[in-house]
Design a protein around this ligand. Structure first.
Ligand SMILES: [Zn+2]
Length: 239
């Protein structure tokens, strides 16, 4: 299984999942069709599936064009308004690419129908705009209780699960994380690493569940009230 990040817009990542064995290719959250189609063409891959984590345009805007160009099957949250959807995803839905079986967990908060796509072999999860490296998504539709619960569901996955997030927000998140937990050595070390990576314009993803347990204040919040306080503080944080 090969997983490629395709940058889109200012800071989005479109993830391309290619299974050599079956020749299948899935594109996760294609806000823009062109860069995803171009990357797959360059590699000689034909897109067979599109997976969406939530309805925001910067994650679904390319659905129609990719489907038109390739005939790909579009799987997207059942509970959200998504224009081009063949299969509705909800808690417990299964996804398949070649012989790799994934399952859907509902993680509301950023949007109400937001889902994560979780695979055991290899261990990976596409978490959209719910969890970011060292941070989390804004509460556009859901409540702090919902988001806290959703982040804990992700944090409960095996520690070596690779997490593929929808945006490159790690540096700004690291600044806030250091502000929130000035005594946390793991955060300080990661902040330096991320700063060096971003200076070279390198990607900081995927992250892992265990790294987030150690360095993500939103994951580390022990109850929803603490989470809510952090989220509100981050919304107005200027580094
Ligand atoms: Zn979003």
């Amino acid at each position: 299984m090969e997983i490629i990040a395709v940058p889109a817009f200012t800071d989005n990542y479109i993830w391309i999942v290619h299974d050599e064995e079956s020749g299948e290719t899935a594109v996760v959250d294609p806000g823009d069709a062109s860069p995803a189609l171009a990357e797959c063409e360059r590699r000689g891959w034909t897109i067979t599936q599109v997976w969406n984590t939530h309805h925001h345009w910067d994650h679904t805007g390319g659905n129609a064009k990719i489907k038109e160009a390739t005939g790909a099957l579009v799987s997207a949250p059942a509970a959200e308004e998504i224009r081009v959807r063949d299969v509705g995803l909800s808690e417990g839905s299964e996804l398949r690419i070649g012989n790799h079986l994934g399952r859907v967990i509902e993680i509301p908060g950023h949007t109400l129908g937001h889902v994560a796509l979780v695979f055991d072999d290899p261990r990976m999860a596409f978490v959209g705009d719910t969890l970011f490296a060292m941070g989390c998504g804004r509460l556009f539709e859901g409540t702090a209780q919902q988001m806290h619960h959703s982040l804990q569901r992700i944090a409960d996955l095996p520690g070596d699960t690779a997490l593929y997030c929808g945006h490159e927000y790690t540096l700004a998140n690291a600044r806030f994380a250091e502000h929130a937990e000035p005594e946390n050595e793991a955060i300080a070390v990661r902040y330096e690493r991320v700063r060096a990576q971003r200076e070279k314009n390198e990607i900081t993803l995927p992250t892992t569940v265990s790294e987030e347990r150690e360095t993500n204040p939103f994951v580390r919040a022990t109850n929803w009230e603490e989470f809510a306080r952090l989220r509100a503080e981050k919304d107005s944080f200027r580094s």
